[in-house]
Design a protein around this ligand. Sequence first.
Ligand code: PLP
Length: 387
Amino acid sequence: MERIYLDHNATTPIDQGVLNAMLPYLQDNFGNASSIHQEGQVAKMALNQARKEVADYLNAEAAEIVFTSCGTESDNMALIGIYDQFYKKGNHIITTEVEHSAVIRSCEYVEARGAKITYLKVNRDGLLDLEEFEKSFTDKTVLVSVMFANNEIGVIYPIKKMAEIAHKKGALFHTDAVQAVGKMKVDVKDLNVDLLSLSGHKIYAPKGVGALYIKKGIPCLSVVKGGTQEKGRRGGTENLASIVGLGKAMLRLVSEQEKDNHKIKKLRDHFEKAILQTIPYTFLNGAQEPRVANTSNICFKGVEGEGVILSLDLKGISASSGSACSSGAIEPSRVLLAMGRTKEEAGASVRFSFGKSNTEEQVNRVLEILSPTIEKLRTYSPISLKA
Ligand code: PLP
């Protein structure tokens, strides 16, 4: 059975060209980029090349890129590193209720050490209120952290405008762009952000590599203590093969991203429209626009999201729910609850996230399977359906 993978916001397969570029650095070119001998110099050249590729995609300078182990580490570094650097100047951070747990948990960590955090609320569409944002600054605000695109609903936040407001108020601006890179233009000069996180495995590079853009001149204390790698901003021997992969994945995006997303959006829109028109008691979670091209989060009233995921999995289809498993119990998505969904609605929601290899045939096959699957699951459901 051919599997149909619709969970690209969770992770993506490695692109063949990316893998080919990486292989020599897992075999013959095994040097440590900090060594001064020949093997070390070969590694250093590859590291510099990858740094340039990442910087070029972002319209940044190579020296502004710090390689990390993942998006989570980049977010930790931005929140904790900036707080540690600036807490004497001010201890207030502004973020949102819908951030990834990498940001939320970092905020909680600094909160326990004296930070004050404001969590901005979203409306039913998952959108932020810029007036409320402007009012939330205090004379102690040092940092704002707002994601560029949401991982669960795909909604895009007005980062450029928010960074401008933050700067007027004298605060730095970090954006978690893990779900934006590869799906839209991400130009740090145009956005004028101070820090930006990204992750390799969401853009057809391997897992275990990410990057943090830190604008020139902004000090950020290292969170990973150790050697002087990455100009002292992140200790630890660089994961060279994966970094080479990240560079190649971003180089690929420069020429392919627009084409990829044009195709993906057509598939996603066809899929979403068909579901909302043909399966009763369904609705879209999150604003229709502005939204990244690949994400569709749909509530199928009267079913358990996990039931849908497992039934589809048995039929060869991978999707996901935003629910989190904690202490053996399934917790409904924090993001959907923040948008005012009931626990039942949040629990009945499924995220489909498309990627560059999906085809129209695959989408039509999922549509064929989905309708009877939902119908069957609803017959087992104790919840009565109302429009
Ligand atoms: N931020 C967002 C918005 C994400 O979607 C994710 C991963 O799902 C992360 C951060 C964490 O990235 P990583 O899995 O590379 O740690």
